[in-house]
Write a protein that binds this ligand. Structure first.
Ligand code: DHK
Length: 149
C-alpha cells in the first residue's frame, strides 16, 4: 500500500455538535446527517481523495489542522461554535498555506449577534454560509477548482 502522495487529498474538518446533525435543531441545520454530508462531499470530490473528520475537541481539531498543513492540498472547516471563541484554531489555521474554506450550514450573519464575529474568516480564502448541508458539496467543488486553478 503506497502512502497517499502529499498534497493530493482535501481535508474536511467539523467541529463540536456536528455529529448530532439530523436531530440537532433541525429548524436551523436541517435533517441531513453528518454521514450523509460526508457521502455528498466524497461524491462531489470525484477522484480527489477526501479526509473527512469530526471532533467535539478543540485540541483534536488543532492537531488535524496541523496534519492538513503537512499533507493536504486544501482544507474545508466548519469550526461550529469554536468559530466564535477559538484564537487557538485561528492561530493553527494561520499556518495553513493552501486554499482554505470556512463553511457554515446556517447563515451565521442572519442569526443572533454572538454568531456574527468569526475568528476564522480573516484567515480563510473563502467563506460559505447559509446553503445548508449542500454547502459542503459546493465547498468541495470550489476548493478543487482553486487547487487546480
Ligand atoms: C454550526 C454550529 O454548530 C454552530 O455553533 C454555528 C454552524 C453554526 C453551522 O451553521 O454550520 O453557530
Amino acid at each position: 500500500m503506497t502512502a497517499e502522495p502529499a498534497f493530493s487529498a482535501i481535508h474536511v474538518l467539523n467541529g463540536p455538535n456536528l455529529n448530532r446533525l439530523g436531530v440537532r435543531e433541525p429548524e436551523i441545520y436541517g435533517y441531513t446527517t453528518l454521514a450523509e454530508i460526508e457521502a455528498m462531499s466524497r461524491a462531489a470530490a470525484g477522484a480527489t481523495p477526501v479526509e473527512f473528520r469530526q471532533s467535539n475537541s478543540e485540541q483534536q481539531l488543532i492537531e488535524w489542522i496541523h496534519d492538513a498543513t503537512d499533507t493536504a492540498a486544501g482544507l474545508i472547516i466548519n469550526p461550529a461554535a469554536f468559530t466564535f471563541t477559538s484564537m487557538a484554531i485561528m492561530d493553527a489555521l494561520k499556518m495553513f498555506p493552501r486554499p482554505l474554506i470556512e463553511l457554515h450550514i446556517s447563515n451565521i450573519h442572519k442569526r443572533e449577534q454572538m454568531y456574527h464575529h468569526s475568528y476564522v474568516s480573516p484567515v480563510a480564502t473563502a467563506v460559505i454560509a447559509g446553503l445548508g448541508a449542500r454547502g459542503y458539496a459546493h465547498a468541495v467543488r470550489a476548493l478543487i477548482e482553486m487547487i487546480e486553478g
